[in-house]
Design a protein around this ligand. Structure first.
Ligand code: C2E
Ligand code: MG
Ligand code: MG
Ligand code: MG
Length: 281
């Protein structure tokens, strides 16, 4: 009967769910040692000015190379890190690595990039986050306005009142805040006004179909004019074609990030790209 089946909870797990659970457990056990075994690496993707094509920022993107599993996508392992709390030490390591790298590039005379670092929901909920951010900046000797923290719209809207407080707190410490994946998280406009953010990152799902989907086109230009009227900067994510770039430029988007310009790169390759872009000028 249905009642009997209900007691045997496993009957409700599909083979796919079972496979996912097994894979997640495997990832979790491997991820526990990833930091100490030096399997993690931060890649950097350029953020480019729409105005003159210059690299004005970098987004730090975490990479995990496991000897047996190969490259594991952050889309797969970040949720595992969040559920287990491992995201706190890993997130701190990413933050410190990225801040140290930004400082090193400044010291090498490679210009003054703004370094963007992703924050997960668990980091954002951690009360010690603002002090941690200030401590890392002081220890690494980077001025706070060269750090930008990305918070997804979904995370900000989970608890908008506490998001306002935390964004205020970080803003007062001089750090720039950006809303990541904008357009996917159902922000209410009244909250958007209260978030002291500097930049909206237009989600790549809207950018992808600019050429073919009239609605996505309309959404992208609406987001850009909304940002304008609120005095916010805009950056488009996932820009892959000249057509997308041209449309975004016409609409007044400030910056872009995507494979059209460059994939995320290891630090040395990013530095080489930076040097080239400095000598072209
Ligand atoms: P995100 O923050 O929205 O990052 C943008 C993602 O788009 C990155 O994927 C980037 O490699 C990819 N991307 C950039 N340009 C293009 C393009 O032109 N086309 C396409 N198709 N994709 C492009 P990635 O590196 O796999 O990261 C996925 C997500 O994992 C990130 O989305 C972010 O939410 C999360 N993540 C990555 N690193 C970290 C981290 O250090 N901490 C936390 N909390 N999350 C991270
Ligand atoms: Mg991001
Ligand atoms: Mg994004
Ligand atoms: Mg994303």
């Amino acid at each position: 009967s249905a009642k009997q089946e209900g007691r045997q909870g496993y009957r409700f797990f599909t083979p796919e769910m079972q496979a996912r659970a097994t894979r997640n457990l495997l990832l979790l056990n491997a991820l526990r040692h990833a930091l100490t075994l030096e399997q993690l690496q931060v890649y950097y993707q350029p953020q480019v000015s729409m105005f003159d094509g210059r690299i004005i920022g970098a987004e730090a993107l975490l990479r995990w190379r496991h000897p047996a599993l190969g490259m594991v996508s952050p889309a797969e392992f970040i949720p595992v890190a969040e559920d287990s709390g491992l995201i706190l030490p890993i997130g701190e390591w990413v933050l410190r690595s990225a801040v140290r790298q930004a400082k090193a590039w400044q010291a090498e005379g490679l210009g003054s990039l703004v370094m963007a670092v992703n924050l997960s929901a668990v980091q954002f909920r951690n009360r010690e986050l603002p002090d941690l951010v200030t401590r890392v900046l002081e220890q690494e000797g980077l001025a706070p306005d060269y750090l930008e923290l990305e918070l997804t719209e979904g995370v900000a809207m989970l608890n908008p009142e506490s998001a306002i407080d935390l964004i205020d707190n970080l803003h007062e410490r001089g750090v720039r805040m950006a809303i990541d994946d904008f357009g996917t998280g159902y922000s209410s406009l009244s909250y958007l006004k209260k978030f002291k953010v500097y930049k909206l990152k237009i989600d790549q799902s809207f950018v992808r179909d600019i050429g073919t989907d009239a609605e996505d086109k309309a959404i992208v230009s609406a987001v850009i004019s909304l940002a304008r009227s609120l005095g916010l900067q805009t950056i488009a994510e996932g820009v892959e074609t000249i057509e997308q770039q041209t449309f975004l430029n016409q609409q007044g988007c400030d910056e872009m990030q995507g494979y059209l310009f460059s994939q995320p790169l290891p630090a040395e390759q990013f530095a080489a790209l930076l040097k080239r872009s400095l000598t072209i000028e």
